[in-house]
Design a protein around this ligand. Structure first.
Ligand code: ATP
Ligand code: MG
Ligand code: MG
Ligand code: MG
Length: 476
């Protein structure tokens, strides 16, 4: 007998037919009603076991968390909130679950608790919804770029370039297997020497991505990125996924337009394909908001916010304007900011969120950052002190995109690298793009988890990646 997924079953016309479903028990009531879930949707299928159909020993094995295979007839349901249910004809317990030990009891668990049992949290409604949406968004990323003729370029995970100057890097070394002969005994013990130079896990695929853009015009990368962030924040992970498009013949305006269109496209995609899961998260968030004091509640619900974001253009301001707004804000005057505000600072999350949540009440694109706080490859503006950078700031998070028009003028780029003590000889491969047919070009990086946070409304980045890596946390 073929298995029918519960999502398919609930959406289709199966009444009167026999089907087989497999899944995990969420609840079992009155020795009669099983709520079964297989992860295809948060909705369970109710299976009715006729009295006397199963012996006592089997009934005892139907516990929360146990896995079952059930065949039965689909019938119209009289119960509230469900169109159909299954009248069981045969039932097989595939795997038992000790009810005393199973950590996921049929009640609402806190996100903190679920983080401690991250290996089982996929089986909850909240994480079911979050990770189905994450899946959809990843799919939409490829669809967006594919529709626009971008080439998906796989940039390396092990690199020897230390270009971003962002977080700390993870070094790559080799270790001999335990008990294996060391190098001096004829073994393969390369240590840091495998590549003949020091290497690290990539912090960004951009520099390599630029090489691709200089041949294919439009490329994007979408892969894991590693930063030994020592910051315990709700928006930093040591391992995260980043989407980095890089486009030849683009200036900073084109870059902003593409990034805005991209973010709206991803949200629209999720609204279309994950309506049910978004509805669930919207409700969940609404309940959470009710627990907060009136003044701290957000003005919009999740779905309302997403609809607003796709229907309205993002605000665009310069860095200088942003600083002026902050200096002029009630928050600043009442000393509400923890970090200092003045021209030249790298804005903190609290500043970014103020601009988005309190001042403009919509996503904001900030351009023209001070050169001193940005990476070497960004194009210098005419004023000689700001660069053609752009960050996109989102509600609840702050920065979700960092991008720029790149410095395509060889002399200016070399000068900037010298000023910043970046060895130009080692980066000769990069400078070749400026030596041979250089063109204006631009690109950006969107942190995938921050995007998932934005769409799902989850407050902590640890809750939107299946296996979070943060300081002191790498369980499996
Ligand atoms: P932040 O200011 O939050 O530390 P950043 O400016 O260091 O971010 P960029 O180097 O601009 O980050 O990277 C591009 C994008 O990658 C960011 O806009 C963000 O969405 C994402 N990102 C950066 N660091 C992290 C991290 N540690 N965990 C998750 N996403 C990240
Ligand atoms: Mg950073
Ligand atoms: Mg930043
Ligand atoms: Mg940035």
């Amino acid at each position: 007998n073929k298995r029918t997924k519960i999502k398919t079953l609930l959406a289709g016309e199966f009444v009167g037919q026999d089907v087989t479903v497999m899944g995990w028990v969420r609840t079992f009531r009155n020795n009669q009603f099983i709520a079964l879930n297989d992860g295809s949707t948060n909705n369970n299928i109710q299976v009715v076991v006729a009295l006397g159909m199963l012996d006592d020993a089997t009934l005892k094995r139907i516990t929360t968390g146990a896995s079952l295979k059930i065949t039965g007839e689909v019938v119209a349901s009289l119960g509230k909130g469900q169109k159909v249910e299954i009248q069981a004809k045969s039932l097989e317990v595939l795997g038992d679950s000790d009810a005393e030990k199973y950590p996921l009891q049929p009640k609402k668990h806190s996100l903190e608790f679920l983080r401690e049992i991250a290996h089982l949290r996929f089986r909850t409604n909240t994480f079911g919804a979050v990770f189905r949406i994450r899946h959809s968004l990843a799919f939409a990323v490829h669809q967006f770029f594919n529709e626009r003729g971008f080439v998906y370029l796989h940039t390396p995970i092990i690199t020897s370039s230390d270009a971003e100057g962002a977080g700390e890097m993870f070094r790559v070394t080799t270790l001999p297997m335990e008990g294996a002969p060391r190098k001096e005994d004829g073994g393969i013990d390369f240590g840091e020497d495998f590549f003949g130079k020091s290497t690290n896990l990539t912090v960004s695929g951009q520099l390599e991505g630029e090489l691709g853009a200089m041949a294919f015009s439009d490329i994007y990368t979408f892969g894991p990125t590693f930063r030994a962030e020592n910051s315990n924040t709700t928006r930093h992970l040591a391992e995260f996924w980043m989407i980095e498009p890089e486009m030849a013949f683009y200036d900073i305006e084109d870059n902003m337009n593409l990034a805005e269109e991209f973010i709206q496209y991803l949200i629209r995609y999720a609204m279309k394909h994950n309506a049910e899961d978004l509805e669930f998260l919207d409700q969940r968030l609404a309940e959470e908001e009710k627990q907060k004091p009136q003044a701290e509640r957000s003005e919009m619900g999740l779905l309302e916010k997403l609809r607003f974001v796709v229907d309205n253009q993002f605000e665009r301001i310069t860095y200088t304007e942003a600083i002026d707004i902050l200096l002029d804000s009630p928050a600043y005057k009442k000393k509400k900011f923890k970090y200092e505000v003045k021209w030249g600072i790298d804005m903190q999350s609290e500043h970014e969120r103020y601009l988005v949540e309190k001042h403009f009440k919509k996503p904001v694109i900030v351009t023209g950052y001070p050169a001193a706080i940005k990476a070497f490859y960004m194009r210098m503006n005419e004023d000689g002190k700001t660069v053609a950078a752009m960050d996109i700031l989102a509600p609840g998070i702050g920065e979700i995109v960092g991008g720029s028009q790149r410095e395509e003028r060889l002399d200016k780029l070399e000068q900037r690298m010298k000023d910043m003590h970046i060895p130009t000889e080692e980066m000769s491969w990069y400078l070749d793009t400026r030596r041979f047919g250089t063109v204006p070009h631009a690109g950006f990086g969107l942190g995938f988890e921050r995007m998932v946070q934005f769409v799902t409304g989850m407050g902590n980045i640890r809750d939107v990646i299946p296996f979070a890596r943060t300081p002191k946390n790498c369980e499996f």
